[in-house]
Design a binder for this molecule. Sequence first.
Ligand SMILES: [Zn+2]
Length: 226
Amino acid sequence: MLIKFSQRVLLLIVILLTGCQNQPTVSSYPPENFASLTEQDIIEISRQFCADQDSTAFLLAKDSNYQKRLNHLADTLGYQLHGQTLNYRVYLDSNINAWSTASGCIRVTTGMLKAFTDSEIQAVIAHEFGHIELQHKLRSFQHAQRVEMGKDINSIAIYVEEEFAHKLEIEADNYALAYLQKHNLDASGMLTMFDKMPQDNNQVLSTHPTSAERLNNIKNKLKLNQ
Ligand SMILES: [Zn+2]
């Protein structure tokens, strides 16, 4: 099943396979190319990626109201995870989006901060924590069936099993719920955030679990906890 990965993962692949700044040509790569990758490799490349993204994005000033709000939420969530120091910044971007890297970059757009409540932002970030703590990037590379590269970074796709992609998203949700509960934070955002997530009609993204599936999973978890 084809999964379009985030730009972050796509760039990792470009660096790993080309080792230079050149644009890749259209090619397909077998999974053996990724078999020897370690978590440390992913962290190092993630660090480079984050610095690169920050240099091209519009980073809000540290004393901006959006950044202050994110800092406040970061205080509730913590700054250490999986041996990494977390670094939270806001991008001026009207799209609803948040992403993280294995090296501890947490980036949230102004679009998301505008549309989401505090508990929803906490839920989104805790979900990102799940991806970091459970080494989802490394595991995705290890499970790649093949990788295809087009003319630019945005046209690179990694092929993994649909079931595997579902599993990682649900794992990250379960991690997020447990994390919020462990830190005595309001977990209600786990139930309401899905309605606000942008729905992508892109066919390649349909292999991800739907918001309804993810919501049902969290509802079931909450029932079990009662
Ligand atoms: Zn996710």
